[in-house]
Design a protein around this ligand. Structure first.
Ligand code: FEO
Length: 168
């Protein structure tokens, strides 16, 4: 069993994670089109990871016998003004997800939804990693934007991320 309040909030979170997956996939396509294949690969892996986050919550709802209410995912409106601007958007999105996860966790505590808490705790920890990874790339791009060789080196570094890797 799960409270109705938490049920609605988890359904909203599933939408947010799927929206993030769609957003990062669109960003990956933009990087690919500019031949920044390492950035594209990192974003594609991140997109897959966000899909995995949605599925973790989807499974939680199933295990708790709560109804799943899938909501509409909108087309991401992404522009490629610069890699720096693109990754600042990634970082901003991760901060939004973190705020939403903290809200969910607070709700689970308030509603005494004990079975949901261990998984939500996992998400709290995961978000620390996700924000750090995005912040690190933004920080490097702050320094490297006007240095093509540095950008190519970072592209190579990010392209080394494997599909299942959590960060970097
Ligand atoms: Fe699932 Fe990057 O938050």
């Amino acid at each position: 069993m799960i409270s109705q309040k938490l049920e609605h909030a988890v359904n909203d979170q599933i939408q947010l994670e799927l929206q993030a997956s769609y957003l990062y996939l669109a960003m990956s396509a933009l990087c690919e089109a500019r031949y920044f294949r390492g950035f594209a690969r990192w974003l594609r892996a991140q997109s897959r990871e966000e899909y995995g986050h949605a599925m973790k919550l989807f499974d939680l709802m199933g295990e708790l016998g709560a109804p799943i209410d899938l909501k509409a995912i909108s087309a991401p409106a992404v522009q490629f003004d610069s890699l720096r601007a693109l990754f600042q958007e990634v970082y901003a999105h991760e901060k939004k997800v973190t705020a939403s996860i903290h809200h969910l966790y607070a709700l689970a505590l308030e509603q005494k939804d004990y079975p949901a808490q261990p998984l939500l705790q996992w998400f709290v920890t995961e978000q620390v990693e996700e924000e750090n990874a995005a912040a690190e790339i933004c920080h490097k791009l702050d320094w490297l934007e006007d240095h093509p060789m540095g950008l190519f080196a970072l592209d190579r570094e990010l392209g080394g991320r494997s599909a299942g890797e959590v960060s970097h």
